[in-house]
Design a binder for this molecule. Structure first.
Ligand code: MN
Length: 286
């Protein structure tokens, strides 16, 4: 099932150009209906038991969709989880040494929205990635068990400023986590470690990989993250980016497309960008 959230807050199943009102069938409402569903004990199994054919239907277009989850409890990132990205960044270490990092949950951006560049003079990069959506509370799960805790998959852009700050700062600016356009439920992707992934900036293909090249596979990553912190339903894990990251600039389209999932596309704006030296700090109170 392709599960999406509309800009007016409905949880829908997308079938072609039609929206089926699965959220009302589940009693899932509120501004973040999938999170409400999870918070009420909702599971993937109960969702998949809904008879879609009988549900009210209406036309839906890409412009109608928000991020499938607007404020996940956590967004977890995977640094250096492809060897070719390690090489391009001259990294000496991988996720095996770095572990995982956190991005602010306020950084989520809807499909079709604009990434806002924070600085006029610092490089901001795209990172196209497969996102894992957790469906059951997970604590110390083994890799062999890990996929049972996955609700589904979507596309994510882990937008990153290449400045000197800590990763969690550089990746947490508002709009830095475009997510969507929908979640494909895990039953439709039995093997998440064999998905083709492409990412374009301004129409130029910059990244092309397959998730079989992940250093920590999807199951390894869920297992490792659950060893560090309890994973809650609706938590997002961005699985890491391959080679081909680079600067994005105002007016460009950034798009990531993943096999069996779909295409997430956003714009870039520098409307509120400032010189790096003018960011808030001691003695800078203008
Ligand atoms: Mn990343």
């Amino acid at each position: 099932m392709k599960l999406a959230r509309t800009r007016d807050g409905r949880l829908i199943a997308v079938r072609g150009d039609q929206a089926l009102e699965v959220g009302s069938a589940l009693g899932a409402s509120g501004p973040d209906p999938l999170l409400s569903y999870f918070d009420g004990g909702g599971t993937l199994e109960r969702l998949l038991a809904v008879e879609l054919d009988g549900l009210p239907m209406s036309p839906v277009s890409a412009h109608d969709l928000a991020a499938p989850i607007g404020r996940p409890h956590k967004i977890i990132g995977a640094p250096v989880n492809y060897l070719d990205h390690k090489v391009e960044m001259n990294e000496q270490k991988t996720i095996a040494e770095y572990g995982v990092f956190l991005k602010a949950n306020s950084s989520v951006l809807a499909p079709g929205g604009d990434i806002r560049l924070p600085y006029t003079d610092q490089r901001t990069d795209q990172e196209g990635e497969l996102a894992i959506v957790i469906g059951r509370r997970a604590h110390h799960v083994t890799a062999a068990q890990a996929l049972e805790f996955v609700f589904g998959y979507t596309a994510v852009l882990d937008i990153t400023v290449r400045s000197t700050e800590d990763r969690s700062t550089r990746k947490s600016y508002d709009t830095f986590t475009p997510l969507g356009p929908w979640i494909v439920t895990a039953d439709e992707i039995p093997d998440p470690d064999s998905l083709d992934l492409k990412c374009w900036v301004g129409g130029e293909l910059r990244q092309h990989t397959n998730t079989r090249d992940l250093i920590f596979s999807v199951a390894d990553l869920v297992s490792y993250a659950s060893h560090v912190m309890t994973l809650e339903p609706g938590d997002i894990i961005a699985s890491g980016t391959p080679a081909g990251v680079g600067a994005i600039s105002a007016g460009q389209e950034v798009a990531v497309e993943i096999e069996r999932i779909g295409r997430l596309s956003v714009g870039v704006s520098d409307d509120h960008a400032i010189p790096y030296a003018e960011r808030p700090g001691p003695g800078r109170r203008a």
